[in-house]
Write a protein that binds this ligand. Structure first.
Ligand code: FMN
Length: 410
């Protein structure tokens, strides 16, 4: 039996040529046992008739935000809340832009902003529109907001002689994506709490200058999200990064290593701690309260002082989390250094990655999109293939669940 059986799906039909495929999509969703409530945008009604949509859905078609009868009980909020999934197909470039900016000037917009159900979009547009920097930006934003996407695919477009990416996914692909989104997820870490650190630290020299490193925070943020998806309550302590805060994660923003340690200790007790941040080993011993001027006497001598070692402090803490994991970015003697850190810092596992120039695809490990990890524990070394940072994060969450004997919890 399909996971869609008995599910209530709110289908928002957008105003694009691909709207005709929605008629088949409604049939396919109902074949799987879903109940479909259709909402049509003003533009959608230019492409397909509400009569066909309503007849195939065996439901009333909604389209007006200011409907006097429906809105006596604030009907748009009810529609937004009473469904298990909100599906937008076709998602036009215009609609993606509006949703990315939180606009709610029509019924579809108000529902998309008010719903707490998962949202799945099936974009369809001319390839030039899909490739436009504004659409790229809106797509990234929507992904960051937790919206799921299916397609677009590549191929010939409605416009004569045009090809590229922009074709709406076929109805059966959309059904499969809806099933994947609604399939019950395993949440083996339910009931556990986790602290994750991410990003670089900035160690001030004076009010305008600081010492930093190339960490982007991508790996740490991905791990916070993977642990959240596995059911853990996550506190993410993040250095300065340009990434959006992950949803449903408590985020503490810090700048320096000292602030990071304070925020981590404030988040104790926890069951799991994963220290991914590239914490500066040193800070400037005497930060100048005024901008250091060029004097003509040569460069200033910057005396450095050692920063607290967060992994080691928490690894030996009287409120030490049950599982403490550190990252080791190394350019030389990767495994020997990781093994040394494991014992010295009181960690249960060290994820060693090679950050020497040229190592790792996707633009190098620090700041790149991929990571090649070796997981070092007292029992031995696991070599992981090169993975996208998100995939490496999922694999780590699975490893943590197995290590804690929690693989069976659904
Ligand atoms: C013939 C025609 C075809 C269109 N096809 C598309 C399309 O495939 N994708 C798209 O993003 N916009 C398309 N548009 C533009 C949208 O209809 C327009 O941006 C509209 O504001 C979308 O509103 P909606 O998303 O609320 O339905 C098309 C317009 C016309 C006139």
């Amino acid at each position: 039996m399909s996971v869609l059986s008995g599910k209530r799906i709110l289908l928002i039909v957008g105003g694009g040529i691909a709207a005709y495929k929605c008629l088949d999509l409604i049939r396919r969703l109902r074949e799987q046992g879903a109940a479909v409530t259709p909402v049509m945008t003003g533009a959608a009604a230019e492409f397909v008739t509400p009569l066909s949509v309503g007849a195939l859905a065996a439901s009333r078609v909604y389209s007006d935000l200011f409907d006097r009868e429906d809105e006596q009980d604030v009907g748009h909020i009810r529609l937004a809340r009473e469904h298990d999934l909100v599906l937008l197909a076709p998602a036009t470039a215009d609609r993606m832009a509006r949703v990315a900016n939180g606009l709610a000037e029509d019924l579809a917009g108000a529902i998309l902003l008010a719903t707490r159900a998962p949202v799945l979009m099936a974009p369809a547009m001319n390839p030039a529109m899909w490739d436009h920097p504004a659409t790229r930006r809106n797509h990234r934003r929507l992904l960051d907001d937790g919206i799921g996407f299916v397609g677009p695919g590549s191929g010939e477009m409605a416009e004569k002689g045009e090809a590229g990416t922009g074709r709406m996914a076929e109805p059966l692909e959309i059904v499969a994506a809806a099933e994947a989104l609604l399939a019950p997820r395993k949440r083996p870490l339910t009931g556990l709490s986790a602290i994750v650190t991410s990003g670089p630290t900035h160690e001030p020299i004076d009010p305008v200058r600081y010492i930093a490193n190339r960490s982007s925070g991508r790996q740490g943020h991905a791990i916070a999200e993977a642990l959240r998806d596995a059911g853990a309550r996550v506190t993410l302590v993040s250095g300065p990064v340009t990434l959006a805060d992950p949803r449903d994660v408590a985020v503490r923003h810090v700048e320096t290593a000292a602030e990071m340690l304070i925020a981590v200790e404030a988040a104790l007790p926890a069951d799991i701690a994963v220290f991914v941040a590239a914490v500066a080993d040193w800070r400037v011993a005497a930060e100048s309260s005024r901008k250091i001027k060029k004097t003509g006497d040569g460069p200033p001598a910057l005396a450095l002082a050692e920063n607290p070692d967060i992994l080691s402090t928490i690894g030996h803490h009287d409120r030490r989390p049950g599982l403490v994991i550190g990252f080791a970015a190394e350019t030389d003697d990767l495994l020997a250094n990781a093994r040394g850190k494991l014992a010295r810092k009181g960690a249960d596992a060290i994820l060693a990655n090679d950050v020497s120039p040229g190592a790792g695809a996707g633009g190098g490990v620090m700041g790149g999109t991929e990571n090649t990890i070796r997981l070092v524990t007292a029992e031995g070394v696991e070599e992981w293939p090169t993975l996208a940072k998100e995939a490496a994060a999922t694999r780590l969450a699975e490893w943590i669940a197995a290590r804690l004997g929690r693989t069976e919890t659904a």
